[in-house]
Design a protein around this ligand. Structure first.
Ligand code: PEP
Length: 247
């Protein structure tokens, strides 16, 4: 079984003072058994890397451009993220797919760019409520998985985040059985495509994970961690999720 991953997505939240939350998280669980990564806004990445220097906490970006440099005002490239000391990057988050029209093909190109810079890509996939209600969940997730990820993925370079769009920031979650069904489906697809080593590829769940539901979700087969938005902002909340993933 892969080592579980507790990933925090701070989205567009956090000023410098928020770095205290990372220190508090480390103080609360200095020797967590799971891997921890925090993806703060770009403005905090470098300072967070410095804060986490002697901690077991990694830092990641929330997006990167598919090109390594050029005339792309406001964008950040994968080599720039790597240059800050970041080691992960979230790609294809549903908020970026919805707001910026990011397609599976673009997410795939960004994943290749991330790999070129030695970053581990956390690629997000998940259905909308409409798609779930129409019984299209596995079809949508299967297609996104196939088209958003390049060939040649390994457990070190790729994490899949199953994030039902309707569960993000809403307080709603699928049932444990529904999460298990999709994660099992993703595992099968990964092994078929990338071979037996995909048994060790992490498939994390995201969507209103919180201190109350984390232990149940962490116990589902093929759930290898969580991608956590709101509940990752405060160490006092995220700590409980890390503990739940610690087993
Ligand atoms: C997310 O943004 O990836 C997420 C899962 O958000 P939340 O935990 O707030 O639903």
């Amino acid at each position: 079984m892969p080592k579980k991953l507790a990933a925090g997505n701070w989205k567009m939240n956090g000023l410098r003072q928020a770095l205290d939350e990372v220190r508090a998280l480390h103080d609360a669980c200095p020797d967590a058994a799971c891997d921890i990564v925090i993806c703060p806004p770009a403005t905090l990445i470098r300072s967070m890397v410095k804060v986490c220097d002697d901690m077991q906490i990694e830092v990641g970006g929330q997006d990167c451009h598919e090109n390594s440099a050029g005339a792309h005002t406001g964008d950040i490239s994968a080599p720039m993220l790597a240059d800050t000391g970041a080691s992960y990057v979230i790609l294809g988050h549903s908020e970026r797919r919805a707001t910026y029209g990011e397609t599976d093909a673009l997410v795939r190109a960004k994943t290749l760019a991330a790999w070129d810079s030695g970053l581990t890509a956390i690629v997000c996939i998940g259905e909308t409520l409409e798609q779930r209600e129409a019984g299209q969940t596995l079809e949508v997730v299967g297609r996104q998985l196939q088209e958003s990820t390049p060939d040649g993925a390994s457990p070190e370079t790729l994490v899949i985040a199953y994030e039902p769009v309707w569960a993000i920031g809403t307080g709603k979650t699928p049932t444990l059985e529904e999460i298990g069904e999709v994660h099992g489906f993703i595992r099968e697809a990964l092994v078929k495509r990338f071979g037996p080593e995909a048994q060790d590829m992490r498939i994390v769940y995201g969507g209103s994970m919180n201190p109350k539901n984390a232990r149940d979700i962490a116990g589902i087969a093929n759930v290898d961690g969580g991608l956590v938005g709101g509940a990752s902002l405060k160490a006092s909340d995220f700590y409980h999720i890390v503990k739940a993933l610690d087993g």
